[in-house]
Design a protein around this ligand. Structure first.
Ligand code: CA
Length: 234
């Protein structure tokens, strides 16, 4: 059977490249690796991968420009591999069209979780329409998008229209980080003021309503300097 999921990995650090490629191969994925952007892009154009893992710091081209180029002709999910100190680059990568990022150093389980999430979202794009989407469930939280109803331990939670929009956006992208700018433009519109204060105020209210201890959230996590990530369903 030749239905293995195919991943192209563009990474110039040999150790990381070997670690990722060994991990993915052991999990049953088919992997091709490229040590630079030029080889990576040619693998992508010739092989039509299901997912791309992309290091931002490549010898021949800025990773951001690689994303920009790929996005002119393909919507294949891209997960960026970045260093801990590259907050601005991560945000730029996400806003340029990357689907998620993973920060070095990372372990196999984190890598697999990111890949599964990205693949799940890329498949659901083709099958789910917004109106027929099934409810989101995680722990005691249920979000019914059709009924616009949020319940926690079976009791309805009263969210404002804006709060519901934010929670729905995050839940429909559960497991994926969504940048502040992306939330603001999707909730308030493309011409909204891009300062994050109003988003932070709304998020504080949402957490008060959804989380037992807002300082230790179970459902919506902060990725400092980048955005928010909603818990995976389950
Ligand atoms: Ca690098």
């Amino acid at each position: 059977m030749n239905t293995k999921i195919y991943i192209v990995l563009i990474e110039d650090e040999k150790n990381i490249c070997n670690f990722i490629s060994t991990t993915l191969t052991a999990q049953g994925y088919k992997v091709s690796t490229a040590p630079n952007a030029k080889v990576g892009i040619s693998l992508i154009t010739s092989g039509c991968p299901d997912l791309i893992l992309l290091d931002l710091g490549l010898p021949d081209m800025d990773g951001i420009n690689v994303i920009r180029e790929i996005r002119t002709w393909a919507s294949i999910p891209i997960i960026v591999i970045s260093a801990r100190t590259q907050e601005k680059e991560k945000v730029l990568a996400l806003d340029t069209g990357a689907d998620d990022y993973i920060t070095k150093p990372f372990g196999p389980s984190e890598l697999m979780a990111r890949i599964r999430t990205a693949l799940r979202h890329s498949n659901s794009l083709h099958t789910d329409s917004l109106l027929t989407q099934r409810p989101y469930r995680a722990g005691d939280l249920v979000i019914d998008f059709e009924k616009r109803l949020v319940t926690l331990e079976g009791a309805p939670v009263h969210l404002t229209q804006i709060e519901f929009k934010i929670v729905s956006l995050l839940a429909q992208n559960s497991g994926k980080v969504i940048t502040y700018d992306s939330i603001i433009s999707k909730v308030w519109g493309p011409y909204a003021d891009d300062n994050n204060r109003i988003l932070r105020v709304n998020m504080a209210n949402i957490r008060r309503k959804l989380e037992k201890n807002p300082a230790e959230p179970h459902y919506i996590f902060t990725e400092i300097g980048i955005g928010y990530r909603m818990a995976e369903e389950g």
